[in-house]
Design a protein. Structure first.
Length: 289
């Protein structure tokens, strides 16, 4: 399977876990990685370190640092790039928005060169929103796009969509093959202490050591339980024919600083209805080896 990964690697630990699972999978050809949101160049450097430790050669592009309509009020106080302690000094100012569209252009070229490729987006949808605008050949319409975002059964404002409402709206208006893995399902992946320890103790070697270091820094920085939201999106991509999907036609509704999904009848988007949590946790731990 050929895959393009778009990620906000460097905040929550689930991006790192997803990338490691991809790198460990001999059946996956990772065509490229694009990073997104705020300090996108630093995110690219952090992802590059994980790729380097895997021994693989994957092109990485620093994508858009700012959402299409600029930062919303909610974005300014967020703690981000917690893994940046690996790279000193850290520039805590937001890096200027990428004036080129290199990440989105590289994504589109990969889709043109590889007609059977998939896109997995596990951060704000800015790079995909730009790609939709640039896609004069309608390349994206021929490729399934899986993304972690939205809440499809509740009126809950979800982070990835909220960070770039305009990009999400562009995606939903385009005629694309979209598969959404929503917050209402990914919340169910929150790991117990025993499950965290099982994953922490799995595997050996440079890549596994880096993942353990990132897990420790994440826990020290946030004191949060590990919830592998993004990993479920990758799992759903691999197992899409064995999972239950709902269908609908989505719109984004903005109310003040919140944004919600409104679903009407249609089949322009699939959203994950349910999954076997135990099977997912077992798969995730095995993917770390």
């Amino acid at each position: 399977m050929k895959l393009w990964l778009d990620t906000d690697f460097g905040d929550d630990i689930d991006d790192a876990l997803t990338l490691e699972a991809i790198l460990n999978d001999s059946n996956i050809e990772l065509l490229g990685i694009s990073t997104v949101f705020k300090n996108s160049p630093l995110r690219a450097m952090l992802a590059q370190e994980m790729v380097r430790r895997s021994g693989k050669n994957v092109p990485i592009y620093a994508g858009k640092s700012l959402p299409l309509q600029g930062l919303r009020k909610i974005n300014h106080g967020e703690i981000y790039n917690q893994y940046g302690k690996e790279l000193e000094p850290i520039d805590q100012s937001f890096i200027a928005q990428d004036e080129t569209n290199q990440a989105s252009e590289a994504m589109l070229k990969a889709m043109k060169d590889h007609p059977d490729a998939y896109v997995l987006a596990i951060g704000p949808l800015t790079n995909l929103g730009v790609a939709v605008s640039l896609d004069k050949e309608h390349l994206l319409s021929n490729h399934p796009i899986f993304f972690m975002g939205g809440d499809w059964k509740r009126r809950v404002s979800e982070w990835n969509l909220l960070c770039d409402v305009e990009a999400a709206a562009r995606l939903f208006k385009a005629k694309l093959d979209l598969y959404a893995i929503g917050l209402e399902e990914t919340e169910k992946t929150r790991m117990s202490k025993e499950e965290e320890e099982r994953m922490r103790s799995t595997g050996s070697g440079p890549l596994n050591d880096y993942r353990r270091k990132l897990m420790e820094r994440f826990k020290q920085s946030t004191h949060w339980e590990i919830t592998p939201h993004d990993c479920l999106a990758y799992y759903a991509l691999l197992n899409r024919n064995n999972l239950l999907w709902g269908k609908g036609r989505p719109q984004v509704e903005v109310e003040g600083e919140d944004a919600y999904i409104k679903l009407s009848e249609g089949d322009s988007l699939h959203y994950l209805e349910s999954f076997d949590r135990l099977a997912f946790i077992n798969w995730l731990c095995q993917s770390m080896n």
